[in-house]
Design a protein around this ligand. Structure first.
Ligand code: LER
Ligand code: MN
Length: 273
């Protein structure tokens, strides 16, 4: 497996991202510390020069596993909005992420941008259909440029559907798009999955990306997730993608980045793989 730092140009203090500031500094820090890649979170893909970022990543020998897209929700853009014009803008935003992802060789995360369904049954069905249509359109746009989308289950306090890996796996099967995979985030899983390792084994083949983060949303090793059991389940499933530390930068970014890497390397060394 490969390990990635998470970075954004700017983000609220509460966002679980290790680096805030110029992306070049994030990439240089990642290379210096021995990371394999940087997961980049962007409000709007036009904020970065894709060609320059791809060149920098190549020079430093780093990959970009996926682009985080959740910041679009602060602007009210979601796939399930009742207003078709808003949904079109949300899809256009994700299509812009897909273009940048094609330049960077990365995937695109579909997490918070899916939006909420609400409680009223009829509206809920309509919103779910709107979400599926929007996701389908993005999968079709991403396929010809070789980009994979990662559908991320989120815990019940951050959204109102698709809480578990099994629920998201059912959507992946229903759409039948080869470039749609699952993103397993261990922070959300710790809240929603009955047995995290068993859930990972069940969906192993459909797994495309992992946010490896502890129960308190700090880097692995700072909370109470069973890191070894999770890494063993991923190894047994043949997972060869990235583990991104989508974590709070505590006590400060560099220290958190070093501690997470150390904890995961120690846990990996003790595995039967
Ligand atoms: C996004 O990857 C995520 O996990 C959400 O909780 C937004 O922070
Ligand atoms: Mn996540």
């Amino acid at each position: 497996v490969k390990i990635a730092l998470t970075a954004a140009l700017a983000a609220p203090a509460s966002a679980p991202l290790l680096w805030r500031g110029p992306l070049e500094s994030a990439f240089r820090l990642a290379a210096d510390l021995g990371y394999d890649g940087v997961e980049v979170h962007l409000r709007e893909p036009g904020e970065v020069d894709g060609a320059a970022l791809a060149r920098l990543a190549r020079e430093l020998g780093l990959g970009v596993p996926t682009l985080g897209t959740g910041m679009a929700v602060a602007e009210g853009l979601t796939f399930s909005d009742p207003d078709a014009a808003v949904r079109r803008r949300a899809v256009a935003r994700i299509r812009a992420h897909i273009e940048l992802a094609a330049e960077l060789g990365s995937g695109v995360t579909i997490g918070l941008v899916r939006g909420r369904l609400g409680q009223e049954p009829q509206a809920r069905r309509a919103a779910e259909a709107a979400f599926l249509d929007s996701l389908d359109e993005c999968c079709r746009a991403a396929a010809p440029v070789g980009v994979t989308l990662f559908l991320e289950p989120l815990n019940r306090y951050e959204c109102d559907y698709l809480y578990t890996l099994d629920e998201a796996a059912a959507v992946v099967e229903r759409l039948g798009a080869e470039n749609l995979k699952l993103l397993a985030d261990t922070y959300h899983m710790n809240i929603e999955e009955a047995d995290m390792a068993a859930s990972l084994r069940r969906v192993g083949r459909q797994l495309g990306h992992v946010h490896l983060v502890d129960s308190n949303r700090q880097v692995p090793g700072h909370g109470h997730i069973d890191l070894r059991a999770i890494l063993q389940a991923l190894a047994d499933s043949g997972y060869a993608g990235y583990l991104s530390f989508e974590a709070l930068p505590l006590p400060e970014p560099q220290q958190a980045a070093c501690a997470g890497l150390r904890a995961v390397r120690e846990a990996l060394a003790g595995l039967q793989i």
